[in-house]
Write a protein that binds this ligand. Sequence first.
Ligand code: SF4
Length: 132
Amino acid sequence: MQTVFEQVVWAPRIVAARPLNSIDNEYEDIVALLMDYRSDDSAETLRLCYAIATASMGENHLWQDMGLASRKAMSALLEAHFPALVARNVGDMKWKKFFYRQLCERAGVPICKSPHCAECDDKPVCFGPEDA
Ligand code: SF4
Protein backbone atom coordinates (compact mmCIF):
# COMPACT_ATOMS: atom_id res chain seq x y z
CA MET A 1 0.00 0.00 0.00
CA GLN A 2 1.31 3.43 -0.94
CA THR A 3 1.97 6.04 1.69
CA VAL A 4 0.30 9.44 1.34
CA PHE A 5 3.64 10.81 0.17
CA GLU A 6 3.93 8.20 -2.58
CA GLN A 7 0.38 8.96 -3.71
CA VAL A 8 1.20 12.65 -3.91
CA VAL A 9 4.52 12.33 -5.72
CA TRP A 10 3.15 10.08 -8.42
CA ALA A 11 -0.29 11.64 -8.72
CA PRO A 12 -1.24 11.97 -12.42
CA ARG A 13 -2.75 15.40 -11.78
CA ILE A 14 0.67 16.78 -10.91
CA VAL A 15 2.06 15.61 -14.22
CA ALA A 16 -0.95 17.20 -15.92
CA ALA A 17 -0.50 20.57 -14.20
CA ARG A 18 0.07 23.67 -16.30
CA PRO A 19 3.46 23.96 -18.01
CA LEU A 20 6.00 25.52 -15.70
CA ASN A 21 7.45 27.87 -18.32
CA SER A 22 4.20 29.89 -18.27
CA ILE A 23 4.06 30.35 -14.53
CA ASP A 24 7.70 30.39 -13.44
CA ASN A 25 7.42 33.29 -11.03
CA GLU A 26 4.35 32.02 -9.18
CA TYR A 27 5.81 28.55 -8.99
CA GLU A 28 9.13 29.75 -7.63
CA ASP A 29 7.44 32.05 -5.12
CA ILE A 30 5.33 29.22 -3.75
CA VAL A 31 8.36 26.93 -3.56
CA ALA A 32 10.16 29.67 -1.60
CA LEU A 33 7.17 30.14 0.71
CA LEU A 34 6.99 26.42 1.44
CA MET A 35 10.76 26.15 1.88
CA ASP A 36 10.70 28.95 4.42
CA TYR A 37 8.05 27.19 6.47
CA ARG A 38 9.19 23.56 6.10
CA SER A 39 9.45 21.64 9.33
CA ASP A 40 12.63 19.77 8.39
CA ASP A 41 15.13 19.15 5.63
CA SER A 42 14.06 15.60 4.84
CA ALA A 43 13.90 14.54 1.20
CA GLU A 44 10.15 14.00 1.63
CA THR A 45 9.51 17.53 2.83
CA LEU A 46 11.75 19.09 0.20
CA ARG A 47 10.05 17.11 -2.53
CA LEU A 48 6.68 18.17 -1.21
CA CYS A 49 7.66 21.83 -1.59
CA TYR A 50 7.99 21.26 -5.32
CA ALA A 51 5.00 18.93 -5.61
CA ILE A 52 2.67 21.35 -3.78
CA ALA A 53 3.95 24.34 -5.78
CA THR A 54 3.35 22.41 -9.00
CA ALA A 55 -0.14 21.38 -7.92
CA SER A 56 -0.86 25.01 -6.98
CA MET A 57 -0.61 25.85 -10.67
CA GLY A 58 -3.53 23.52 -11.41
CA GLU A 59 -7.13 24.53 -11.95
CA ASN A 60 -8.80 22.58 -9.16
CA HIS A 61 -8.73 22.59 -5.40
CA LEU A 62 -5.24 21.91 -4.11
CA TRP A 63 -6.19 18.50 -2.71
CA GLN A 64 -7.56 17.52 -6.11
CA ASP A 65 -4.48 18.67 -8.00
CA MET A 66 -2.37 16.76 -5.47
CA GLY A 67 -4.32 13.60 -6.17
CA LEU A 68 -5.51 13.31 -2.57
CA ALA A 69 -8.90 12.17 -1.32
CA SER A 70 -10.05 15.36 0.40
CA ARG A 71 -9.16 18.77 1.78
CA LYS A 72 -8.82 17.06 5.14
CA ALA A 73 -6.01 14.87 3.75
CA MET A 74 -4.35 17.95 2.22
CA SER A 75 -4.55 19.83 5.50
CA ALA A 76 -3.07 16.87 7.38
CA LEU A 77 -0.17 16.69 4.93
CA LEU A 78 0.50 20.41 5.28
CA GLU A 79 0.23 20.20 9.06
CA ALA A 80 2.77 17.38 9.13
CA HIS A 81 5.37 19.18 7.01
CA PHE A 82 4.57 22.91 7.28
CA PRO A 83 2.90 23.40 10.69
CA ALA A 84 3.97 27.02 11.13
CA LEU A 85 2.44 27.91 7.77
CA VAL A 86 -0.79 26.08 8.59
CA ALA A 87 -0.97 27.99 11.87
CA ARG A 88 -1.09 31.23 9.89
CA ASN A 89 -4.29 30.13 8.14
CA VAL A 90 -6.40 31.09 11.12
CA GLY A 91 -9.56 31.60 9.09
CA ASP A 92 -9.29 28.26 7.29
CA MET A 93 -8.90 29.93 3.91
CA LYS A 94 -8.83 27.72 0.83
CA TRP A 95 -5.25 26.56 0.47
CA LYS A 96 -4.44 28.06 -2.94
CA LYS A 97 -6.04 31.37 -1.96
CA PHE A 98 -4.09 31.28 1.27
CA PHE A 99 -0.77 30.72 -0.52
CA TYR A 100 -1.39 33.66 -2.84
CA ARG A 101 -2.46 35.86 0.06
CA GLN A 102 0.83 34.96 1.74
CA LEU A 103 2.79 35.83 -1.40
CA CYS A 104 1.07 39.21 -1.62
CA GLU A 105 1.85 39.95 2.00
CA ARG A 106 5.48 38.92 1.55
CA ALA A 107 5.82 41.09 -1.55
CA GLY A 108 4.05 44.02 0.11
CA VAL A 109 1.76 44.22 -2.89
CA PRO A 110 -1.83 43.80 -1.76
CA ILE A 111 -4.15 42.78 -4.59
CA CYS A 112 -7.23 42.21 -2.47
CA LYS A 113 -10.23 44.49 -2.73
CA SER A 114 -10.29 44.95 1.02
CA PRO A 115 -7.56 45.10 3.68
CA HIS A 116 -9.62 42.77 5.87
CA CYS A 117 -11.25 39.53 4.80
CA ALA A 118 -14.22 40.10 7.12
CA GLU A 119 -15.30 43.13 5.09
CA CYS A 120 -14.49 41.75 1.65
CA ASP A 121 -17.03 40.93 -1.04
CA ASP A 122 -14.82 38.05 -2.20
CA LYS A 123 -14.94 36.25 1.13
CA PRO A 124 -17.11 33.40 -0.21
CA VAL A 125 -14.51 32.81 -2.94
CA CYS A 126 -11.58 32.63 -0.53
CA PHE A 127 -13.20 30.72 2.31
CA GLY A 128 -15.67 27.92 2.63
CA PRO A 129 -15.68 24.23 1.85
CA GLU A 130 -13.41 22.78 -0.81
CA ASP A 131 -15.69 19.98 -1.87
CA ALA A 132 -15.27 18.01 -5.06
S1 SF4 B 1 -11.52 37.53 1.31
FE1 SF4 B 1 -10.94 39.40 0.22
S2 SF4 B 1 -9.33 40.33 1.50
FE2 SF4 B 1 -9.52 38.17 2.13
S3 SF4 B 1 -7.99 37.08 0.89
FE3 SF4 B 1 -9.96 36.97 -0.21
S4 SF4 B 1 -9.88 38.70 -1.65
FE4 SF4 B 1 -8.32 39.08 -0.07
